[in-house]
Design a protein around this ligand. Sequence first.
Ligand SMILES: [Zn+2]
Length: 384
Amino acid sequence: MSSKKATHQQTKQHNRDLVLKTIIDHDAISRAEIARRTHLTRATVSDMVAILTREGLVKEIGYGESIGGKAPILLSLVSDSRYLIGLDLAQDRFSGSVVNLRGETKYSVEYPVDNKDREQALQLVYKILDQLTRKQWKPLVGIGVGTPGLVNTREGIIVNAVNLEWQDLPLGQLLEKKYKIPVLVLNDSQAAAIGEFVYGGEHPSDQNLIVVNARYGIGAGILINGRLFQGDAGWAGEIGHVVVQENGELCRCGKQGCLETVSSVRAVLKKLNLDSLDEAQASFALGDRTSQRVVAAAAHYLGISLANLISMLNIQKIILTGDMTCFGAAWLDVVKESMRSASLSRLSENTELELGRLDYRACVLGASAFLLLNGYSLLFQQTN
Ligand SMILES: [Zn+2]
């Protein structure tokens, strides 16, 4: 392809994606309104809409209100024109869902992981995907996988996931070979961040956002200008193993006093000598002194970590998600207070800190949304 032709192709693809994004961002919108919002010409918009309609992604759904002259035809996304799969390989349970282009869950599967070795855990991933793909959701355009630990997203490799004994596991490659569709693998906290960004309410498309995922482990996902910031190796946001208590408890990573040894679900259960979060939540709600103290300490150290994040990045919107949020407002207040007292007031006073809206679905939805976060080319390569 000549470079001129290549540039033309890129421009066309860019315009097509821009028009599609504008349609996705609205329930119903006219061609004229798309032109106004995208600054493309009416003719270009019409051409792009024709392509999108031919692909089955967009359809006309009726007429809007006339503002003098002919009533405009309204366009809308065909939500079920493509399907995506999102997987959440959490510490204690693996879950997966088939979702449509609006993030609506069509079908879900979940299994406990307990004590599986490397190979058994991998077999469980296959079992879930076999079930999710069996139902003939077509066209299925990709699989997004969120997993705890260090992930090399570019190559689809799980570098290290302690709980599953996975080291240098080329999961992306294995799944692409078996299911013959594109696969993206990313850290679970990064996935949760994308989930909240895309489906957790109205977020401007160029927003800066930190999502901290506090569950069995702790991690953060960082979005800058609406794009996932993964750092040089892909491990940006790995805050769970920063030491916050010198000579503190031994962490599963081998160090002592990591954030995870005080602020995670695992830490809280261990300190309270309980097996389930439900029990911990119940004793906390009943005002049990020890539970209150342990949860407050968990919140306190998490707040200090947030102070570090906002001081480094000056991002003013932080969302907290994951199982630890079950301790609710009492927990959130301590997190807020300690974030404030551990950072310059000018930095923290404008920082909004709130609970996520997607709950346990954040990772699954985010992993699937990641497939389309930086462009829609997958929607135009029908492989099955
Ligand atoms: Zn650690």
